[in-house]
Every structure is written in structure tokens, then in C-alpha cells.
Design a protein around this ligand. Structure first.
Ligand SMILES: C[S@@+](CC[C@H](N)C(=O)[O-])C[C@H]1O[C@@H](n2cnc3c(N)ncnc32)[C@H](O)[C@@H]1O
Length: 301
């Protein structure tokens, strides 16, 4: 896999810089609202039926390929959400493989399990990726699609992934690139901001699109103990039957909904309407297509 970020990491850093970075990260962790990681209520259904086909499915197919390529006997998936990676990966694993699928939010896992059908190789388990309930050196691969941005302490999350990996194992995960590289997310954020001009909901920019600095990702993986790190930036196209489908996905199928409702629940529909208009004005009436971009990372050692 081409390495797109190798030159960005400097060899030596003054101690003060580490202290400042640590303080900034802990401040950012506090800035991530508690509601950012709440995927419950009606979110799992909207997430799975609208968000997943819009932006997650294509990357899930890639992640499943990457994991299956090493023919793992045991796989741990963290932050599995409504199971889009699980559905892509399970058919590619061997008949005797063990696949443990976890997420912080039980409602997401419940939804994932209903979509998966019976598979004796899969164990569903609620788990925080920052505090995994598994023995050291238990898995050949740990995978995590678009979950790391939600970790309040990513170095701890990466160290946990490394702890449960067998020697030679791989941590395969992905994060979104900056919001400006992700057309619909950017349109929706700007449109919803206009509904709440004094207190704009910033969930999409702050959390899903808030962890895209390749140098920082490398640095945090290194600090967690990983020695071999490959990062590839992948651009894809996101498609929806209409601007309204795309807007509804973001406004009602993600924790952006929590943020809007916390300000004024009666404005959820208006916010969705404004986001619809914004997407339609840039991408047209009828079926819409917009750029999406993410970093795909394989860490080992
Ligand atoms: C954007 S979703 C991604 C879900 C899925 N991997 C996918 O690609 O559709 C982020 C997921 O991270 C989960 N999550 C947030 N914080 C977590 C944590 N500390 N440990 C495990 N999962 C977490 C949420 O419950 C949510 O399901």
C-alpha cells in the first residue's frame, strides 16, 4: 500500500512539544461532547439505512479486503456500529475463524446482529475500545472502521488494540479526511449552522472529520507502540437518490441529531430542510453525488 505520510514525521521533538500536544489532545478530548458518541434511540436505524449506503459501504468493502488478505484465524472488530464491515468481512473469513464484533453502544450492536443472520463464528459483545475485555495476544487482526475519531484518548485505544494483537498481528482502521474533502458533510454543517447562528452544531467537523492529520495519526500510533505504519488516502464518490436522503442521513442518522435536538427539538425538520436545499443547490435535484475522502491505516509491530 503506498505510504502517503512518511515524510511528515520528524525524528526528534523537544519534550515541551510533547507536553503541549498532550495538553491539546486532552483539551480536544474534553471538547468532544458526550453526545458525540451516543448512537442510540432512532439513530441506529437511520444510520444503517441512510448513512451506511451513502458513505460507509464502499470503505467497508475495502477494509474487509485488507483484513481477509492475511487470512486471519481470529479477528476483533471495535466500534463496529450497525455492522457494515461485519457483513462484508464475515463471508471472507475461513469456516473455523473466530470473529468478535464489539461496539460501545449496545443499540448499534443489536441492530447489527439483526442484519447479520446466524453465524456461529461471530460473537457480539459490548466493549469500549479504550478498555477491551480481552486477554493479551488474543487476535490476529483488530479492525475498526471510522471509530478512532470517537475515542477520548486515541493513544490508549491504539495501545489496547496492540495489547490484544498476537505478535505479527495487524491493526487495520480508517478515519475520515478533513470536512472540506467530504462534500455533503461540509454542505450540511454550513446549512445547519445558519439555523443556529449563535451556537452552530459542529459535530461533523469536530468529531468524524476532526482527526485527519496524518502526522498526528502516525505519532499517536508510534506512542502506542506500533513500529510499522502505512497510511493511504482514498477518495470515493458518495451517492444518494436525492438531496433529501443525504440531508436526512446526516441530520437524523448521526449524533448531529442529538446536537440539534439539544438546541431546539422542534427545529430538526427545518434543519434537515435547509441541509436538503444546500445539497440540492450544489449537487442538483434528483440523484446526487459528492466527493468523500478517508485515510486507511495498517499498523503492526
Ligand atoms: C461512525 S460509527 C462507525 C460504525 C461502523 N464501524 C461503520 O463503519 O459504520 C462510530 C461508532 O463508534 C462507536 N464508538 C464510539 N466510541 C467508542 C468507544 N470508545 N469504543 C467502541 N466504540 C465506540 C459508536 O457507538 C459508533 O457505532
Amino acid at each position: 500500500m503506498p505510504n502517503s505520510g512518511g515524510g511528515l514525521v520528524r525524528e526528534a521533538r523537544p519534550a515541551l512539544e510533547w507536553v503541549v500536544k498532550g495538553a491539546v489532545q486532552s483539551f480536544q478530548g474534553r471538547l468532544m461532547a458526550e453526545s458525540d458518541k451516543v448512537f442510540a434511540g432512532s439513530i441506529p436505524k437511520f444510520y444503517d439505512t441512510l448513512m451506511v449506503p451513502l458513505i460507509f459501504e464502499a470503505y467497508a468493502a475495502d477494509l474487509a479486503e485488507l483484513v481477509a488478505a492475511v487470512s486471519p484465524g481470529s479477528v476483533l472488530e471495535t466500534a463496529a456500529g450497525s455492522g457494515v464491515v461485519t457483513r462484508a468481512l464475515a463471508p471472507k473469513l475461513s469456516a473455523d475463524a473466530c470473529y468478535v464484533v464489539t461496539d460501545l453502544n449496545q443499540p448499534m450492536l443489536d441492530y447489527a446482529a439483526t442484519r447479520q443472520g446466524s453465524d456461529s463464528r461471530i460473537e457480539w459483545r459490548q466493549a469500549d475500545a479504550l478498555d477491551l475485555p480481552f486477554e493479551d495476544t488474543s487476535f490476529d487482526v483488530v479492525c475498526c472502521q471510522f471509530g478512532a475519531m470517537f475515542f477520548s484518548n486515541r493513544i490508549a485505544g491504539y495501545a489496547e488494540a496492540r495489547r490484544v494483537l498476537r505478535p505479527g498481528g495487524r491493526f487495520v482502521f480508517s478515519v475520515w479526511d478533513r470536512i472540506e474533502e467530504n462534500a455533503f458533510a461540509d454542505d450540511v454543517t454550513n446549512a445547519v449552522a445558519a439555523v443556529f447562528p449563535h451556537d452552530p452544531p459542529r459535530f461533523l467537523a469536530r468529531t468524524p472529520h476532526g482527526y485527519h492529520d496524518i502526522a498526528l495519526i502516525r505519532e499517536e500510533l508510534s506512542r502506542a507502540g506500533f513500529a510499522d505504519i502505512e497510511i493511504e488516502t482514498r477518495e470515493k464518490v458518495s451517492r444518494a437518490p436525492s438531496a433529501r436522503d443525504a440531508a436526512t442521513a446526516y441530520c437524523q442518522g448521526t449524533p448531529l441529531r442529538n446536537e440539534i435536538e439539544a438546541r431546539d427539538a422542534s427545529l430538526l425538520q427545518l434543519a434537515t430542510d435547509r441541509a436538503t436545499e444546500a445539497i440540492a443547490s450544489r449537487h442538483g435535484e434528483g440523484p446526487v453525488a459528492g466527493k468523500i475522502q478517508a485515510h486507511v491505516i495498517v499498523a503492526a509491530g
